[in-house]
Design a protein around this ligand. Structure first.
Ligand code: ATR
Length: 275
């Protein structure tokens, strides 16, 4: 039987995962399909049962189900356990459902594809303290980056996050702004700047040094106000396309054991988004 995969979320129409995975299946001569499925929050349990009963081999999970899906799975990979969130499910032959999280490692791979390990022995500033900040900080830490500093609008949330990650420290946004020149890598994980909806910067970049690597995990727009400001100040920038592509590539590898082409996919998505 032809294998099939899916992405579930609400909303789901905008997802670029179907075209990305369909391209990779084709490029690698794998006879499989990948479909987007709209699943509202109150239908998640039925959706998981349905996917399993209809023979789905694996699926991606997006907003708002990343944590809510955990009770419906049988096992969690350490990546998902650490982040308390799942973005990839693999279905074993016997129906066992295993949850993974490839978001954080997707970010690290995208950083290293663009800049190698240049920022490895430098201080890292993560802006934000939500799910994305958590995934990225844990993955950076596991890959040997750090020390890691968190700056967030709501200080208590950053404190909670730092309490669970060794070798990490909390700064107020004002403190981070003043000490910006100390960081070799700055990662913006908040929703400020997404889809042009929230204007402004989550943190003032006046003190950023030339040559600092400044990343924003947003990919629509390709260049947020934050990244534009960093570029004007001579920083090396990285948008969220690479993270999106690499989280997908890691999911693809989990399902097929094939590592798909990420550089060409990055260019293709950048072009689609108007770059
Ligand atoms: P995600 O899973 O994408 O990380 P989240 O868990 O809802 O989403 O976290 C959103 C992050 O963006 C938080 O760090 C949030 O800051 P607060 O903890 O203070 O809420 C941050 N954020 C959202 N809107 C913001 C804004 N207008 N200014 C600054 N930070 C903002």
């Amino acid at each position: 039987m032809k294998k099939w995969y899916a992405v579930i979320g609400d909303p789901i129409k905008q997802s670029m995962s179907p075209s990305m995975h369909e391209s990779w299946f084709k490029e690698n001569s794998i006879d499989a399909a990948y479909i987007p499925i709209h699943v509202p929050a109150d239908r998640l349990r039925e959706a998981v049962e349905g996917l399993k009963n209809l023979g789905c081999s694996g699926w991606n999970v997006t907003v708002p189900h990343k944590s809510a899906i955990i009770p419906f799975l049988h096992q969690l990979d350490p990546s998902a356990e650490q982040m308390n969130a799942v973005n990839t499910v693999r279905v074993l032959e016997d129906g066992t459902l295993i949850g993974y999280n490839t978001d954080g490692n997707g970010f690290v791979r995208s950083l290293e594809e663009a800049y190698g390990e240049r920022s490895k022995d430098k201080k890292v500033l993560v802006i934000g303290a939500g799910g994305a900040a958590r995934g990225i900080a844990f993955a950076l830490h596991s890959a040997g980056y750090g020390p890691i500093f968190f700056a967030n609008r709501t200080l208590e949330k950053a404190e909670q996050l730092a309490a669970n990650l060794s070798d990490s420290t909390v700064l107020s946004v004002a403190e981070a702004e003043l000490s910006l020149s100390e960081f070799g890598l700055i990662v913006q994980t908040t929703s400020v700047g997404m889809n042009f909806s929230q204007k402004g910067l989550p943190l003032n970049l006046d003190n950023v040094l030339e040559g600092t690597i400044v990343a924003d995990i947003i990919y629509n727009p390709l260049e947020t106000e934050f990244l534009a400001e960093a570029r004007k100040r001579g920083a090396h920038t990285l948008n969220g396309v690479g993270m999106f592509v690499h989280q997908g590539a890691l999911a693809f590898e989990t399902w097929t054991e094939v590592h798909p082409d990420t550089e060409f996919m990055n260019e293709k998505i950048t072009t689609t988004l108007g770059g």
